[in-house]
Design a protein around this ligand. Structure first.
Ligand code: ADP
Ligand code: ASP
Ligand code: MG
Length: 422
């Protein structure tokens, strides 16, 4: 049987018609290798950002349904153009959006999860020898509503399609040569990793390394899809292979450093120190689909018998979080303010090798202390340590940690994107 390869091309890779021609060549090369090829594409260049900006110009709080109607249009343009470019080079190609295929998702706007992908149309078209081009990022609910998977979600579309088709491999083509020890726009001499485990990549992606959408890594791990990140522009480099930790020899305590600049910290002050308060706060947020990251509850104050609960969220959910907490304040008998700080960032170090290796956390804290960077919150998992710091300190923290854990390379990475805003 012929092997199926799923290829995904991000926004920079399809930013203009010349780049789309280049993508068509890459796709055709894989077809010429004797494989069946399914391609997933993102919107061209910064299209999704422009669409978001237009929505925000018109409404401070646009409805999720209309945001999905709007944002899903970006990918619609790229699929048609790429299919035309492939056809122009003499190969049979057909484009489909998520509705046409049946990429079924939950009924949650702007961050839906994929529940199921129908494969009949895909198999039929592959059998007919066609190259299939699919719109990433979008989905459809059971009752025909359009959804999107969250920013960066085309990676997840590609991996989910690879899993549904039992593909040989999913190749994520992007604007850097693979997964690096940190964002090469922040540290130009970051090292490219030849391999990284699903577990480490998942933590890095959640910690802000947006080279892969976190759910794409989760889906690849769950379905054992071999995943590769590689450059659209320098194809002699095989990029980074993401695979099971059991297949790797881990001899470094830290695999990578990441910063998440889109976090906000909320402190609910003076809540009664009694059972059920945290449950009420976090269930109310969960009901609104707001994900909470770090959580700290302070010791109870003896006289007032109250404490403070601090947590972080994605800053995109800030307005919704404040609204939810305002409604809840009376119910939980909170006496204090709700403090908000969105000038913060989460800086994390990740590595499967830190298990049972003492001293990694203290090195991180000492390094931040030497840089005179104040730590506002700390959270840990088996293979990750995260510190919340001021946003303006985030890149300095990343650079210092990257150096201290010996992750620098002698080469400078080839980077196409702009430096992320602080
Ligand atoms: P695409 O449009 O192809 O999906 P993204 O912008 O979503 O591309 O992801 C690629 C970008 O991720 C790179 O340009 C790089 O700056 C950034 N990035 C952040 N952390 C890392 C990392 N650890 N390794 C590689 N790239 C990273
Ligand atoms: N176009 C969407 C975004 O910019 C999805 C993606 O590129 O993965 O977030
Ligand atoms: Mg991306």
């Amino acid at each position: 049987m012929r092997k199926i390869i799923v290829q995904k091309f991000g926004g920079t890779s399809v930013a203009d018609t010349n780049k789309i021609k280049n993508v068509a060549k890459t796709v055709i090369r894989e077809k010429q290798n004797g494989n069946d090829v399914v391609v997933v594409v993102s919107a061209m260049g910064h299209t999704t950002d422009y669409l978001v900006k237009m929505a925000k110009d018109l409404s401070p709080d646009p409805s999720g349904r209309e945001m999905d109607m709007l944002l899903s249009t970006g990918e619609g343009v790229s699929i048609a153009l790429l299919a035309m470019a492939i056809q122009a080079q003499g190969y049979d190609a057909v484009s489909f959006n998520a509705m046409q295929i049946g990429i079924l998702t939950e009924n949650i706007h702007t961050k839906a999860r994929i529940l199921k992908i129908k494969t009949d149309k895909l198999k039929e078209n592959l059998k007919a020898g066609k190259i299939i081009v699919i719109a990433g990022f979008q989905g459809v609910t059971d009752d025909g509503e359009i959804t999107t998977l969250g920013r960066g979600g085309s990676d997840t579309s590609a991996v989910a399609i690879a899993a549904a088709l039992n593909a040989e491999r999913c190749d994520i083509y992007t604007d850097v040569e693979g997964v690096y020890t940190t964002d090469p726009r922040v540290v130009p001499n970051a090292s490219k990793l030849d391999e990284i485990s699903y577990e480490e990549m998942l933590e890095l992606a959640h910690a802000g390394a947006n080279v892969l959408h976190p759910r794409s890594v989760e889906t690849a791990k769950l379905n054992n899809v071999p995943l590769r990140v590689r450059s659209s522009f320098k194809q002699d480099n095989l990029g980074t292979l993401i695979l099971g930790v059991d297949k790797m020899e881990i001899n470094r305590p830290v695999a990578g450093v990441a910063a998440d600049l889109s976090q906000a910290r909320i402190v609910v002050c003076d809540v009664p120190d009694k059972p059920g308060v945290a449950a009420k706060i976090f269930s109310a947020l969960a009901k609104e689909n707001i994900s909470v990251d770090m959580i700290i509850q302070s010791y109870a104050r003896k006289v007032s018998n109250t404490n403070d609960i601090a947590f972080t969220i994605d800053s995109a959910d800030l307005d919704k979080t404040v609204k939810t907490l305002d409604t809840l304040k009376h119910d939980i008998d909170a006496h204090g303010d709700i403090q908000i700080d969105d000038k913060i960032a989460k800086v994390s170090i990740v590595g499967a090798g830190m298990i049972d290796r003492p001293g990694v956390a203290s090195s991180m804290f000492e390094t931040l202390a030497q840089q005179n960077i104040n730590i506002r919150m700390i959270s840990t998992s088996e293979i990750k340590i995260s510190c919340l710091v001021d946003k303006s300190d985030a890149h300095r923290a990343v650079k210092a940690l990257h150096k201290v854990f010996g992750l620098e390379s002698t080469e400078i990475a080839d980077v196409k994107g702009d430096l992320p805003d602080v």
